[in-house]
Design a protein around this ligand. Structure first.
Ligand code: USQ
Length: 382
């Protein structure tokens, strides 16, 4: 397949590009370095520095033997997006090109507006570029489990049948996101659904939980191919943060009561899910939605697992609840369906002590680069 990856410099975008290329697909990545720029502006640089995209592509070609084409350009500009799709004629467009941080989107008006404009503009341009120039292409869009929020009923895979006054119909599952960032993904889903049902586009929307991990088959070929591993309060996801805190000797930052439950997955499983979705595309006029997670944990469960893995390696890991900077339920029901990707062939890599131990080893190798000031939350929801 010809695969165009929007947001190919990100924590998920770059490993995804290498995974598709290694599997023999023709890959082009596009990115405007928004995450790098925000990381620099907010003093949130990743633990291990990643070379620029063209350097990473050259390193990957040298050690992995597969080319990845690179475009540094702003996909919120319709001319750029249209030009890329017209020129490449992709079979699949993987869309990651969004500002992905919930805390950044809640920092203030400028950051909220930047998140809102970028995320919606890129999705809108992607839809129109495909509709005009490659209408058979399959869009694989990264959504988030956070679109659903934490309702007091089971979470279905995207859709729900509702019976009302004796009649039934199927609707998008109700959404109630907990940050402006997550809300932009709700709006993306609605936009995609409108264009799918009106123009017969083919779309898979992946509702993904927080991802953890640092290792993939291709990233392990050379340390310079490592994904952007963040531990700061802006871009770091909770498991990655806890592991760095364990190494830095900082008590694990459980926000509030720690009963917040989410569906987690290993970075390796993100790659599997996206490729499975791409290699088994949605049909014309179909908005297919998968819940992309493999296990659910409370924040307290995660802290205990990291503590255990750390203790096994001789680290003295403390857990400490701190006031929750976010507005979210700290005790709630959580039961999301997630069978769709398993039915397509997903083989999960679960969060074992071995997996956490291997991540800790990698972090210990880079412990001199940890900046403790990036760890405590700097953004409050109110
Ligand atoms: N949390 C802590 N302590 C920390 C960091 C986080 O207790 O030091 C808690 C949060 O309050 C939250 C949970 O851990 O309840 C998950 O937080 P997170 O920062 O790992 O995840 P989140 O901000 O929701 O966002 C991340 C990605 C985002 C993706 C989302 C999936 O950054 O791009 O969409 O995970 S989900 O959470 O299912 O919406």
């Amino acid at each position: 397949m010809r695969v165009l990856i929007l947001g190919g410099d990100g924590y998920l975008g770059w490993p995804t590009a290498m995974d598709f290329a290694a599997a023999g697909h023709e890959v082009m990545v596009a990115d405007n370095y928004m995450r790098r720029n925000i990381a620099e502006a907010t003093d949130s640089d990743a633990l291990i520095g990643a070379p620029c995209l063209s350097e990473r592509a050259a390193i990957f070609e040298a050690v992995g033997g597969k080319p990845i084409k690179v475009r540094i350009s702003d996909l919120s500009d319709p001319e750029v997006m249209f030009g890329l799709v017209r020129e490449m004629q992709p079979d699949t467009v993987v869309h990651y090109a969004e500002q992905p941080s919930a805390p950044y989107s809640m920092r203030g008006f400028r950051e909220a507006r930047e998140t809102f404009q970028n995320n919606l503009d890129v999705t809108f341009n992607c839809i129109w570029a495909v509709k005009e120039h490659a209408p058979d292409a399959h869009i694989v869009k990264l959504g988030t489990m956070g679109e659903y929020g934490t309702p007091d009923i089971d979470i279905e895979e995207g859709w729900i049948e509702i019976e009302h006054k004796g009649r039934k119909d199927t609707f998008l599952y109700p959404r109630a996101a907990g940050s402006l960032y997550h809300t932009t993904k709700v709006l993306d889903t609605d936009l995609l659904w409108f264009y799918v049902r009106t123009y017969g586009l083919r779309v898979t929307d992946l509702m993904q939980g927080p991802v953890y991990g640092i290792s993939t088959d291709e990233a392990d070929l050379d340390p310079r191919l490592c994904p952007n591993f963040h531990y700061d309060d802006i871009f770091g996801t909770v498991v990655n943060r806890f592991l760095v805190q364990a190494v830095a000797g900082v008590p694990l930052t459980v926000y509030g009561g720690g009963g917040q439950t989410r569906g987690y997955l290993n970075l390796r499983d993100t790659l599997q899910c996206v490729r499975l979705a791409a290699e088994h595309p949605a049909g014309p006029g179909e908005l297919r939605i998968f819940n992309q997670l493999t296990e659910t944990f409370t924040v307290n469960d995660l802290a205990e697992r990291v503590q255990q893995a750390g203790n096994q390696m001789g680290l003295d890991v403390e857990i400490r609840s701190i006031p929750n900077p976010r507005k979210e339920k700290e005790e709630h029901y959580y039961n999301p369906a997630h069978s769709g990707l398993t039915e397509l062939g997903l083989k999960p890599h679960y969060m074992s002590e071995t997996v956490l131990g291997a991540m800790l080893e990698r972090i210990i190798e880079n412990r001199d680069r940890i900046v403790s000031d990036r760890i405590m939350p700097r953004v409050r929801w109110s």
